[in-house]
Design a protein around this ligand. Structure first.
Ligand SMILES: [Zn+2]
Length: 286
């Protein structure tokens, strides 16, 4: 009888420890996400979807996060990552925003910051890969548009279909963002099922290379966009059935939908069709 009670208490304790650790991790991720992009984007407020994905508690509004984390701690007080995360945690406590049963100290926050401080990064593809790692190891949402939010358009290789009007066309990710995310999560599930912190750097580097390789945009016409989205091949969020991530052409969805295109001048070979599928001459307009 006594043993059973203890076991139950032990399980409850472990549950609340885990809840606290997820909570603290989200405090750090929320702060880190803004901290790293603040310099590049001094006037920006941050994408709502990203704030929502990382925020520690559902009741926090994006307006509150922008005001406190971005406006007050990072821009006004100019705190570093660790101090800002600790101050954000203190604010949550002071405002009574920490859910019942969750207890954490400033040292817990400091500890959770450690891997991020050590790996201070200046590469957007790595940031995308890190958020996939967090999706794998913590309880954050699986937002598919993360690459769109974190990688500036200027850093994405671009092309244009033969029939896309220059003024009005639709930017199509040739490898769908949901597919990129799912492939990265599958890779983590397969190779790093336990999400050991020691594997983090290696896994993130591997995924960052995938994202860098697959993040490509081709401008298509409305009609072509509809064919990709609603056509019989079911390639809206996926690559064609049987496509091989190692050897398949990046542009397989466009080939399958019979969209003829060319990459812009200056785009490197790695991001051009390598399967000799019918193409069109390089357009002069970027
Ligand atoms: Zn091709």
């Amino acid at each position: 009888m006594i043993i059973m009670t203890n076991a139950r208490e032990g399980a409850a304790e472990a549950m609340s420890r885990m809840a606290a650790s997820h909570f603290v991790n989200r405090i750090v991720l929320t702060t880190k996400f803004r901290f790293e992009t603040n310099e590049r984007d001094p006037a920006g407020g941050g994408h709502t979807a990203l704030w929502n994905m990382f925020k520690p508690v559902a009741s926090l509004t994006v307006e509150e996060l922008r005001r406190v984390v971005l406006g007050e701690l990072l821009r006004s007080q100019r705190l570093g990552l660790v101090d800002a995360a600790i101050a954000f945690g203190s604010w949550l406590r002071a405002e009574g925003r920490v859910p019942d049963g969750i207890v954490f100290t400033n040292d817990d926050v400091r500890l959770a910051c450690a891997p991020h401080v050590r790996e201070s990064i200046d590469d957007d593809f790595t940031r995308v890969a890190e958020s996939y790692w967090e999706m794998h190891t913590s309880d954050i949402g699986r937002e598919s548009r993360v690459p769109e939010f974190l990688v500036p358009l200027a850093d994405v290789p671009k092309g244009r279909s033969a029939s896309a009007p220059v003024a009005k066309s639709h930017p199509e990710h040739v490898v769908p963002l949901a597919f990129i995310r799912d492939q990265c999560l599958a890779l983590l599930e397969q190779r790093y099922p336990h999400g050991n912190p020691e594997s983090r750097r290696e896994a993130v580097a591997e995924m960052a290379a995938l994202v860098r390789r697959w993040l490509v945009i081709v401008q298509v016409s409305d009609d072509e966009w509809q064919r990709l989205d609603e056509g019989p091949l079911q390639v809206k969020q996926s690559m064609p059935v049987g496509w091989d991530p190692d050897t398949g052409c990046l542009f397989a969805r466009l080939h399958h939908t019979d969209i003829r295109f060319a990459m812009n001048a200056g785009v490197e070979e790695a991001w051009r069709c390598a399967c000799n599928h019918a193409s069109v001459p390089t357009p002069s307009a970027a």
